[in-house]
Write a protein that binds this ligand. Structure first.
Ligand SMILES: Cc1cc2nc3c(=O)[nH]c(=O)nc-3n(C[C@H](O)[C@H](O)[C@H](O)COP(=O)(O)OP(=O)(O)OC[C@H]3O[C@@H](n4cnc5c(N)ncnc54)[C@H](O)[C@@H]3O)c2cc1C
Length: 452
């Protein structure tokens, strides 16, 4: 029997998982990985599924967003999760791995699969036949050009700066207030949450920013010389990290991203000395983005320093600010929740390039793309997981988010549809209900789709 062929570009987290899922379903996979011949600048080895930064896959607890996603991947038979569990290190409630052993196991499993051929070569064009592109946030320049040609240059983003996101419910609204500058917002109460600073609070905050520890710059973040990204600098004037603005002079922030003009604090009746503004980040409004707060501080420093912001003293961060090259598509415009490209049913995207963030989320989209590519090649209908499950919610988010503010998103409870109960409940109870609903919906989904 001959197997239908599928080309997968990128042997990282998403591409490796996708290759395994498709191969297990009787598809012959040509897995293209450009390393070790060509490096991304961040990867250090030739292994498949290499972890480029942290060795943690996040919480294992079933009532955390990341734990919920792991449970779904466990049920769906994820290879990479299995390798992570087998190479786990003691890390409390988190799933952290021996990174070398992890990627070795992934490589061995894929290399010994009879339906997988690993091709150590850079893919410079979009393959003509059925394919999954999983080339990651550091996609090579030549392939980036080809993707930009396919999707339109404006549909490929290179975000170097990402601001932190917090959950709306963790903001102290006894201090923060709703409002738009001079009342010019779309909604009557105001489109922004504003965190007001007194002069003393501002001075202490500025001092903390100036002395905060920053992540060292990596070589791959230097100016890019070729391709659609040509000429981009490490920092753009329009999106400088807040700690760099603070260095430009005392009060620079108060005249920049923290300017208080037109924002009357209802408790004082005056403009504060400075403000941090937060803007809605998801459809449900459960997540808020810290406007203009892109930063290169280390994560622990962000937690410490940003908790000094009045109203954010107990803020729960679902994403910290980051500065790095990050190639991703305008997924809300060009992808379907099945991860198929809208313009070509035989072309799928997976991993960070789709706008999903975090190791586990990237593995999850690889798993879905692998399953759906196999379905497609066998002439069956591709599937969409229930939106109430974390995998379904991630795919729904990236394909339905408002394009204006679209930024990569990791697994979190804020992207799930709200619970029907309107009663106030504590965080743990809410998490338990989210998990129960997801489990029940996943069971129903799998009993209706027995082929998965
Ligand atoms: C600097 C940095 C640090 C990060 N740190 C973390 C972290 O600590 N925790 C976390 O959860 N997430 C982190 N992320 C985000 C993300 O989870 C990881 O980047 C993750 O590895 C993405 O998975 P992926 O499969 O999409 O891409 P990758 O794992 O990067 O896989 C893509 C693969 O495609 C290959 N490739 C690229 N172009 C081509 C081509 N033209 N032809 C053939 N092969 C090609 C690359 O060599 C690579 O092996 C980080 C991202 C960056 C950029």
């Amino acid at each position: 029997m001959t197997h239908p062929d599928l080309t997968i570009v990128g042997g990282g987290l998403a591409g490796s998982e996708a290759a395994w899922q498709a191969a297990q379903r009787g598809i012959f996979v040509h897995l293209y990985e450009m390393r070790p011949g060509i490096s991304t600048g961040a990867h250090l080895t030739s292994k498949l599924g290499e972890l480029i930064c942290s060795n943690s896959f996040g919480s294992n607890l079933p009532d955390r967003a990341s734990g919920m996603l792991k449970n779904e991947l466990r049920i769906l038979g994820s290879l990479l999760l299995e390798c992570a569990q087998k190479t786990a290190l003691p890390a409390g409630n988190a799933l952290a791995v021996d990174r070398e052993a992890f990627s070795r196991q992934v490589t061995e499993h894929l290399a010994s699969h009879p339906n997988i051929e690993i091709v150590r070569q850079e893919m410079v064009e979009i393959p003509d036949g059925p394919a999954i592109i999983a080339s990651g946030p550091l996609t090579s320049d030549r392939l980036s050009n080809a993707i930009a040609d396919l999707t339109g240059e404006n549909q490929l983003y290179f975000f170097d700066a990402i601001a932190p996101i917090v959950t709306a419910e963790s903001i102290n609204m006894e201090i923060a207030f709703l409002g738009s500058r001079y009342g010019h917002g779309e909604s009557e109460v105001g489109d922004y949450v504003n965190c007001p600073f007194t002069k003393d609070e501002y001075n202490s905050f500025e001092e903390a920013l100036l002395s905060g520890e920053r992540i060292p710059l990596q070589s791959f973040e230097a100016k890019i010389e070729k391709g659609v990204n040509a000429g981009k600098q490490q920092f753009f004037e329009g999106c400088l990290p807040v700690e760099i603005i603070a260095r430009r002079g005392h009060q620079a922030l108060a005249f920049g991203p923290m300017r208080p003009t037109g924002l009357v604090d209802p408790r004082t009746g005056h403009w504060p000395h400075a403000t941090v503004q937060l803007r809605q980040d998801n459809l449900a409004g459960s997540l808020k983005n810290m406007v203009g707060f892109q930063t290169h501080l280390t994560y622990p420093e962000q937690k410490r320093i940003f908790h000094m912001i009045p109203g954010l003293e107990n803020a729960e961060f679902v994403r910290y600010g980051q500065m790095h090259r990050n190639t991703f598509l305008a997924a809300p415009i060009i992808l379907l929740p099945t991860l198929q490209f809208r313009g070509r049913a035989d072309l799928f995207f997976a991993g960070q390039i789709t706008g999903v963030e975090g190791y586990m989320g990237n593995i999850a989209t690889g798993l879905l793309a692998g399953i759906n590519a196999a379905y497609f090649l066998h002439g069956e209908e591709t599937v969409v997981f229930p939106e109430t499950c974390m995998l379904g919610a991630l795919c729904h988010y990236i394909t339905h988010a408002a394009m204006r503010d679209f930024q990569p998103m990791k697994a979190n409870f804020g992207i799930l549809p709200p619970l029907s109960s309107i009663e106030r409940m504590d965080k743990r109870e809410r998490a338990r209900l989210f998990v129960e609903r997801a489990q029940s919906d996943m069971e129903k989904f799998l009993s209706n789709n027995t082929g998965i």
